[in-house]
Ligand binder design. Sequence first.
Ligand code: SF4
Ligand code: SF3
Length: 545
Amino acid sequence: MFCYQCQETAGCKGCTHRGVCGKTADVANLQDLLIYNLKGISMYAIKAEEVGMDNIAVDRLIMDSLFTTITNANFDREFFIERIKETLEVKENLRKVLEDKGVDLSSAKHDAAVWTADTVEEFEAKAKTVGVLATENEDVRSLRELLIYGVKGLAAYLHHAYALGYEDKNIYAFIRKALVSTTEALSVDEMVAIVLECGKFGVDGMAILDKANTTTYGHPEITKVNLGVRNNPAILISGHDLKDLEDLLEQTKGTGVDVYTHGEMLPAHYYPAFKKYDNFVGNYGNAWWKQNEEFEKFNGPILMTTNCLVPPKDSYKDRVYTTGAVGFSGLKHIEERNEGKSKDFSIIIEHAKKCASPTELEKGEIVGGFAHNTVFSLADKVVEAVKSGAIKRFFVMAGCDGRAKSRNYYTDFAKALPKDTVILTAGCAKYKYNKLDLGDIGGIPRVLDAGQCNDSYSLALIALKLKEAFELNDVNELPISYNIAWYEQKAVIVLLALLHLGVKNIHLGPTLPAFLSPNVVKVLVDNFGIGGITNVEDDMKMFME
Ligand code: SF4
Ligand code: SF3
């Protein structure tokens, strides 16, 4: 195996035996083979589109499959074997249909398109030849993988939008084009251009998800979220999928079973539609990486709707359920919803009834709900505070949290920020400082949480709104600094989206991605002023200058 798609990759170089995340070598290889096969399917799907065939089912399969390969989503060998079989079958069928129609397939003769096999042994042998290192040139590999990780993150967001009935065929078409491009001998300029184009589709993808969420559940509102627990049996729901949460709340209503959010599900409390559920109690615990400890203490069943799943300990393994793109051998999986129906969570609800109530981890409340609609409604107040000098600078500190000790930098950085600065956050990165009680500026909290990592889109809209309010020509003239923490591939699409919107001088930490070669880093530094982090003191000086 060779995997370097996340920030915690071994030695900041690559995982080669077993992932730091717990992904085994065989699963990593099968994921590579699945991606390879998606490239082949995309070659045919592009042809199919050219002759006017409806590809939507194939596009959804590509999207879903990409999502299953992101960090901490799916660790299940059997799942990937079945998915490879399914995608091989879809590829074969598509080829046959095109041949029957007399479509010229001479430009779709790449091995990714024509390769097929029947046995797991053949899959495993092939997988070893099509991974990341199959691209020898370090810079080409870097640009190809940057693009692949961007589309993986994008696919995750599209998956959530699709669950709510929203999709965009243009974005699917881009994903196909991007996948195929990684099999072609392109110039560096051409590859850079597609990577940047991915950022454009990242903006579109987050916009459609924002529309799906806000149309379905209302605009996030300023909300106090309870951190304590009650004395009822309960279910903990984690990940990013709001539709799963809706189904769970509907089915637990009146059963005496409470529901708590964990990790990236916290922002669900900000949506008006979920406020009507009396049993939707609060948020339990912190970011994903603390789940071994926190799931243990929760006592009841846990539903993982998306990443980030940490391989569960035996002591609570029987209480963890997966659904959607998430998978782990030995955990119970809740099947997809049938058209127009809900997922069936009854097994989890019955399980909860037999469990003790959660052990309290903390008390108190945190405040969030500062997505674009809320902040726009406060725009006059915010603009006034900037003009009067009460707010000197905003710090976008969105992104991910993770295990690395070096991430304490973000807590220290938040604490060290001058009192006349405001943090704009989204994603699970917030857990590094959202319980610090950093106070407010004239009633505006100093940590404004827009929501999940996909709600980084909100932060971009807020920046654009401020640009307009201050009548500036360039978003980079605003008193906003970007000190972003990344971990997995959704952060990659967020980064590419920000670059597309023209944001410069973004600092990424705690380390720069291992998949960026020195030459690719140079391109990003020269064109976008991308930088890493050093230490709180020096970085603070640099940002405040
Ligand atoms: Fe390693 Fe990250 Fe890949 Fe897991 S996802 S195998 S930790 S690089
Ligand atoms: Fe976190 Fe996994 Fe990225 Fe959605 S839950 S931000 S790491």
